[in-house]
Ligand binder design. Structure first.
Ligand code: SF4
Ligand code: SF4
Length: 154
């Protein structure tokens, strides 16, 4: 090994050349979280609950999504709806455990009233398993993908 190689000069020069090569190219990284990645339409983030026109949940607590969910990530407790006569039941408790959810979209497919859909959100964080269990209000607060068409116009 000669002095040139002992000083790692070939590697340093090669590294600098690589840096120069990419210096003026379009950046492929984002300044997250200030800049967000735009996912393609149809990308499955986490499921979210869709609100009705009054801001309450559309869900009628039929539990079909709970039944089809492969990792049993959904837990629902139903109750009689106290106000709206045409909607007999509503979920008293609606939980999704994002520690278990595999983003398969089966819940969206199964729902007869389009009360649950896959969002583009991937920002589900927690420091314990309990924090990954989202309650009804948190699920309603997950933003919708504005590019995704909603069949019933909500
Ligand atoms: S996306 Fe799949 S795994 Fe997640 S809650 Fe829905 S049915 Fe369950
Ligand atoms: S399938 Fe739809 S209406 Fe039925 S419990 Fe699930 S979210 Fe609610």
């Amino acid at each position: 090994m000669n002095l040139w190689q002992r000083l790692y000069l070939p590697e340093i020069i090669r590294g600098l050349m690589l840096t120069m090569k990419f210096l003026f190219r379009k950046k492929s990284t984002l300044e997250y979280p200030e800049q967000k990645h735009s996912f393609p339409v149809g990308y499955r983030g986490v499921p979210r609950l869709i609100a009705d026109k009054t801001g309450g949940e559309r869900c009628v607590a039929c539990k079909l999504c709970e039944v089809v969910c492969p990792p049993t990530a959904i837990y629902i407790e139903a109750e009689e709806h106290p106000e709206v006569s045409f909607k007999e039941r509503r979920p008293k408790v609606f939980q999704i455990d994002f520690g278990r959810c595999i983003n398969c979209g089966f819940c969206e497919e199964a729902c007869p009233v389009e009360a649950i859909e896959m969002s583009q959100s991937v920002e589900i964080v927690g420091t314990s398993r309990e924090e990954l269990v989202y309650q009804k209000d948190q699920l309603l607060a997950i933003p919708a993908d504005s590019r995704k068409p909603h069949l019933r116009g909500l």
